[in-house]
Design a protein around this ligand. Structure first.
Ligand SMILES: [Ca+2]
Ligand SMILES: [Ca+2]
Length: 223
């Protein structure tokens, strides 16, 4: 466990060094850079590319963010939040738009470099270490892609007692079925972690239930 974490940290630092070196020779902010598109470069794709990520899928990924202008790093998911890879539902605005777009169709094990114009990243205002109007570059590594809970059909199937809201037991039951269907049953801490994440992002009034309304927030089509 300990050595695993260390390895992740080491790996991350290596990436940082790599990126800052490459950053100095790559021209990421050239004049012909599109302002409204995400530039996608596939760095690695496994021979066996399984499920391709679609809108509504539950994704587990590492992503590191760099400023295009000088390659400096502003985010490293391998060192932030205890180095845990991030859980999110794809295509529903849980991550910045450029990531929602650029991660589409990725499979587990795939790595991409995404160059994201500010309009699809942190915009005119910027955020924290990201200055206003900044083009950013993400290196993304997808660790798992699974069918997420974000369809109304799934809502109906999850809502076992048909009270139009989802409690943790209902969501957990659904996740378990999905993972078992995929032949990859997981242990309790795994499910608890995903559940905590899903409820943190969806249960806006924090009453321990995801109402149809809270769930519906993810039905809007932003892309
Ligand atoms: Ca229910
Ligand atoms: Ca709620």
């Amino acid at each position: 466990m300990q050595s695993g974490t260390m390895w992740k940290l080491v790996r991350c630092s290596v990436l940082v060094v790599l990126f800052s070196r490459l950053g100095s020779c790559w021209s990421w902010s050239g004049a012909d850079e599109p302002r409204d598109q995400v530039q996608i470069e596939v760095l690695f794709r496994p021979e066996e590319c399984g499920r391709r990520a679609q809108r509504g899928d539950l994704i587990n990924a590492h992503y590191d963010g760099f400023l295009a202008k000088d390659g400096s790093q502003f985010y490293c998911s391998r060192s932030d939040k205890q180095g845990h890879p991030q859980w999110f539902v794809l295509g529903v605005g849980q991550i910045i738009k450029g990531l929602d777009i650029g991660i589409m169709e990725m499979c587990a094990g795939e790595r991409r470099k995404l160059t994201v114009p500010s309009a699809l990243a942190f915009g005119e205002a910027g955020k924290g270490p990201v200055p206003p109007n900044a083009t950013v570059v993400f290196e993304v590594e997808v660790l798992s892609v699974s069918k997420g809970p974000r369809t109304m059909e799934a809502f109906g199937r999850m809502d076992l007692d048909k009270d139009r809201s989802l409690n943790k037991a209902e969501v957990k039951e659904y996740l378990k079925l999905e993972y078992e269907k995929g032949g990859k049953p997981r242990d309790e801490p795994f499910y608890e972690k995903i559940l905590a994440d899903i409820f943190r992002k969806s249960d806006h009034d924090q009453d321990g239930l995801i109402s149809a309304k809270e769930y519906n927030i993810y039905e809007r089509d932003e892309l």
